[in-house]
Write a protein that binds this ligand. Structure first.
Ligand code: BGC
Length: 421
């Protein structure tokens, strides 16, 4: 009798549509702005959508294509200014502080406390996520930017080893050219030019002066000899990319390495997401190595979601659940396996991760003690968006002008930074 009663109750609840409502009390909608649209990226963000839907919430996808996120940030500004921001937006580094400073972001301290974020996150990650000591964003992952990706079969065929210095890169590049292969796959967009340039500058400047230039914005270092050397190498590297590079998306450049038209690419480890999506294995199909001369450094780029102030109570609940889900071990594992990055939590079981991720994790931990853990300028971690934009301009103009002079470029870099500060 009891069972019948129970099943009747279930049926009536179901037919009244009450069952799902009870199960998912306070289900809400989360609108999430991001720029994860490449193969590997889309696969990664799909995991978050699935997990939120499992909790009964509705995911409203707000994807704005464009690697590095410049277009996404422009669209976000328009939405926020018109008083209708999304619940969460992929915002990084200094930009988080800028948005919080304008009063747009909500306080996540309660969910952070419940999840012991201060205890599970590395200091550098927690600091990036806070504004005036309060959590206003949730870190998703840590990307290493100073990576060189190479097609192993192509290198072996040309009798070339992964270069550990820029001189070795040029020697290898000449051999690859002779074998009919494009030595370096590059997408000619300002953020990609900056990604390549900062890797070269990291080698010529060394870790301490890299920070002096890109974090402290020290004029003498920005215009100094080592910066001139960086521009000189940068110019020479231009001779090893193909003429179709301008405007090319980063993932198209990665696909050139995957299919063997090109041998190498300098790109953060979101590139690994593309290799993985194409079922390629590190060690056999491709190699990941620190960019020449930077094996004692880790240029970090932390992806985060900043949470905006929204009015609807159910949507606020969905927002809190999103924050909680992002830092769950389950999400951290699946997401980062797809994305190519390493988890933000240091207490993770890494047994499912490949050698590139294990190397990245080891380097992240080691460099956080030696001073080699440096913020990426190209990805908004080292300075404000204004200064970053000024640097982008100088770097890109230099790269696209065959007559540009390295010494003048370093002076222009210092001048542009001063004006933007
Ligand atoms: C982001 C990555 C993203 C890449 C390319 C970077 O700035 O941090 O998450 O995959 O841009 O879109």
């Amino acid at each position: 009798m009891k069972t019948i009663k129970k099943s009747l109750l279930t049926v009536s609840l179901l037919s009244a549509g009450l069952f799902s409502a009870t199960q998912f009390a306070n289900a809400g909608e989360v609108e999430v702005l991001h720029w994860w649209t490449s193969g590997g990226e889309a696969k990664s963000v799909a995991v978050l959508k699935e997990m939120m839907e499992k909790e009964g919430h509705t995911w409203k996808d707000f994807a704005v294509a464009g690697g590095g996120g410049e277009s996404a940030m422009t669209v976000l500004k328009t939405r926020a200014v018109s008083g209708n921001p999304p619940a969460a937006a992929q915002i990084k580094g200094h930009n988080i502080q800028e948005w919080a400073d304008l009063g747009f972001l909500t306080n996540l301290d309660e969910v952070a406390k419940a999840g012991n974020w201060d205890g599970i996150l590395p200091q550098v990650v927690a600091d990036t996520s806070k504004y005036q000591g309060h959590y206003v964003s949730v870190p998703v992952n840590v990307h290493r930017v100073n990576w060189l990706w190479a097609n192993k079969v192509v290198l072996d065929k040309a009798g070339v080893k992964v270069p550990t210095s820029w001189d070795e890169f040029f020697t290898a590049g000449d051999k690859l050219k002779a074998a009919g292969v494009i030595p370096l796959a590059h997408g000619g967009q300002p953020w990609q030019d900056a990604t390549l340039f900062e890797a070269i500058a990291l080698e010529t400047l060394g870790n301490a002066d890299y920070n002096k230039a890109f974090v402290d914005l020290d004029q003498a270092t920005l215009s100094g000899d080592k910066m001139v050397e960086a521009f000189t190498i940068f110019k020479k590297v231009h001779g090893y990319i193909d003429s179709n590079s301008p405007g090319r998306d980063w993932n198209v450049a990665t696909s050139m390495v995957i299919n063997g038209t090109a041998a190498m690419q300098v790109m953060g480890d979101w590139a690994k997401g593309e290799f993985s999506a194409a079922n390629k294995q590190p060690g056999t199909d491709y190699v990941c190595a620190p960019t020449p001369g930077t094996d004692d450094a880790f240029t970090f780029n932390i992806d985060s979601f900043a949470f905006f102030k929204i009015k609807d109570k159910d949507n606020q609940k969905a927002q809190q659940d999103l924050a909680k889900t992002i830092l769950s071990k389950d999400f951290q594992e699946v997401f980062n396996l797809n994305k190519g990055s390493i988890p933000v939590r240091l207490d993770m079981d890494m047994s499912k991760f490949d050698q590139c991720a294990l190397d990245a994790m080891a380097s992240f931990k080691a460099t956080s003690k030696t001073g080699g853990l440096v913020p990426s300028m190209a990805h908004g971690m080292s300075t404000t968006s204004y200064v970053q934009g000024a640097m982008y301009d100088v770097i890109t103009n230099f790269f696209n002008d065959a007559d540009a002079d390295p010494k003048q470029a370093a002076q222009q870099l210092a001048k542009a930074v001063k004006a933007a500060e």
